[in-house]
Ligand binder design. Structure first.
Ligand code: ASP
Length: 329
């Protein structure tokens, strides 16, 4: 369903509905630009559900997925998205790259550029690394997650999942729960969902909620039950132990007791509340399996499905100028 808040496609720009060369974050995007990407993604859902999953609009273009940090679903999703649009997709992983030999990030970026990539998709452990590369190369750059900063396609796929399941985003109460401090998913979701007029709560232990988070237009809760009260969407986050330098939580068991989503806890939320998680899940830590696997409440596999559609939309939109599509050059 199209975003009711979105004005007509080129309103306010005069050029085209997405006047950005890169997608480094949700930050700075207008609500109608976010709505436009969600609308574009809708068209790919049916194609992806069919047997012939091909559209050749990116034929001849080279998409390089440069992943400097581990990934399962995001890398696979970008690879599938690029291939379904007919692009030549190359995956570069750090284990096999010169980064291990000490090559700097900029040198690596310039190498990919010299190979005439048409789109570079980057995941990196350092916040800001993607912007650094975007400033140096000649082609569109897509952020597939940089440190704790942003993961814009995750924010978009989550917004699309919510919009499809709930029929709207504006006015919904969305509780983003857990390790907000280390989560780029939380940041991109807060930016996207507040832009689309949801009421966003962040819920978690005080040690895992960034100071001054209220400045992002959200409400802070440290009491899990209070934060869940009446929520339409409960978005759980992974406890990101690899990004923790000290004792942010006493133990996974205690964390589960206080902040783990169980069926009893979920009963605090709205009766039809949707449960989400970006994956990978720590079952039994931030979420109980019985909740994660509940087909009526959990949208977790749908999130993965929407991820492919959103990434197809982003690859398509960001390459329109390069492909000489009228009005986009
Ligand atoms: N897969 C998501 C990310 O890359 C969430 C997570 O790792 O917890 O940020």
């Amino acid at each position: 369903m199209p975003n009711p808040a979105a004005p007509t496609a080129d309103a306010g720009h005069g050029v085209h509905p997405f006047p950005h060369r890169h997608l480094t974050g949700i930050f700075g995007l207008q609500p109608w630009e976010i709505g436009f990407l969600l609308d574009e993604a809708e068209q790919w859902i049916a194609l992806n559900r069919g047997t012939a999953k091909h559209d050749n609009r990116l034929a001849g273009l080279t998409v390089i997925n440069a992943f400097f940090e581990n990934s399962t679903r995001t890398l696979l999703s970008f690879e599938i998205a690029g291939k379904r649009l007919g692009a030549d997709v190359v995956n570069m992983s750090v284990a096999q790259s010169s980064v291990k030999k000490g090559e700097t990030l900029i040198d690596t970026a310039m190498t990919l550029n010299a190979m005439r990539a048409d789109v570079i998709v980057i995941r990196h452990e350092a916040s800001g690394a993607v912007q650094l590369i975007a400033d140096k190369v000649d082609c569109p750059v897509l952020n597939a997650g940089d440190g704790r900063h942003e993961h814009p396609t995750q924010g978009l796929l989550d917004a699309l999942t919510i919009r499809r399941r709930k029929g709207r985003i504006a006015g919904l109460v969305v509780a983003i729960c857990g390790d907000v401090l280390h989560s780029r998913v939380a940041r991109s979701n807060i930016l996207a969902l507040t832009a689309l007029a949801a009421e966003v709560r962040v819920v978690g232990p005080p040690t895992l909620i960034p100071a001054a988070i209220e400045r992002m237009g959200v409400k802070r809760f440290t009491d899990f039950d209070a934060g869940l009260d009446g929520a339409d969407v409960v978005m759980m986050l992974r406890l990101q132990r690899e990004r923790m330098s000290g004792g942010f939580v006493p133990s996974p068991r205690e964390y589960h007791a206080l902040y783990g989503l169980t069926p009893e806890r979920l009963a605090r939320a709205a009766p039809d509340a949707l449960v989400m998680h970006p994956g990978p899940m720590n079952r039994g830590v931030e979420i109980a399996s019985s909740v994660a696997d509940d087909p009526l409440r959990s949208a977790i596999t749908e999130q993965v499905e929407m991820g492919v559609a959103v990434r197809m939309a982003c690859l398509d939109v960001l390459t329109r100028a390069r492909r000489g599509i009228e009005g986009w050059a």
